[in-house]
Design a protein around this ligand. Structure first.
Ligand SMILES: O=C(O)CCC(=O)C(=O)O
Ligand SMILES: [Mn+2]
Length: 200
């Protein structure tokens, strides 16, 4: 299912320059939404917003190899041990991408008000030109890219249907920010898995 006004096209590169974002709208047939909601040890993290401590607008969890600890928005995460499902999904994505991952950040967007603001994943633990593979289950949400400097380029939008995969490579994190936009359309749950390789 696509969001109104968005026509998804499978493409080796969504970006016109300065990075690579591969989009595959039907990477996986199986729907693991309920399993992931129920089996994941979700955490409600906090963030600092204009001097106030508030809840992050989504739930998160971090799984991976024991040594793959990671600092994200000022929070240090020690990974939980891989579940069989997460390990299987990791292997499928490794085979498809030809890249290796040692951890996964899970994001649980409970409804339309959960979101993720503009950011780039350029933490030093991810290394130079990281490959980040982002797999989605559940409701489609608007995933957008915005160039850091070149204001003549319009935002690029895809809808992350259940089973779709976005792979960010090359200079993407250096030149582009991305987000999951808030929406006024009523939305059910969505779970997203971003596979990463943390240097240890
Ligand atoms: O939920 C998504 O698709 C995006 C997740 C993301 O950008 C992140 O975890 O850094
Ligand atoms: Mn990100």
């Amino acid at each position: 299912m696509e969001l109104p006004g968005i026509k998804n096209i499978n493409t080796p590169n969504l970006l016109p320059k300065d990075g690579e974002v591969e989009f595959n709208s039907h990477f996986i047939e199986a729907d693991h939404l309920q399993e992931l909601i129920e089996q994941t040890k979700w955490t409600q993290d906090k963030m600092n917003m204009f001097g106030k401590v508030v809840d992050l607008p989504r739930l998160t969890a971090w799984y991976g190899d024991p040594e793959a600890s990671y600092t994200y928005s000022g929070i240090t995460n020690n990974p939980l041990a891989w579940t069989p499902l997460l390990l299987n999904l990791k292997k499928e994505i490794e085979t498809y991408t030809g890249s290796e991952f040692n951890s996964v950040l899970l994001n649980y967007y409970r409804d339309q008000s959960d979101h993720m603001s503009w950011h780039n994943d350029d933490e030093k633990e991810l290394g130079h030109q990281p490959v980040i593979a982002s797999l989605s289950f559940g409701e489609p949400r608007l995933f957008q890219f915005k160039h850091f400097e070149d204001k003549t380029i319009e935002k690029i939008s895809v809808s992350t249907e259940g089973g779709s995969l976005i792979i960010m490579r090359g200079e993407t994190q250096k030149y582009w920010r991305h987000r999951i936009a808030k929406t006024s359309l009523p939305m059910g749950p969505r779970v997203n898995l971003t596979f990463r390789k943390i240097s240890v």
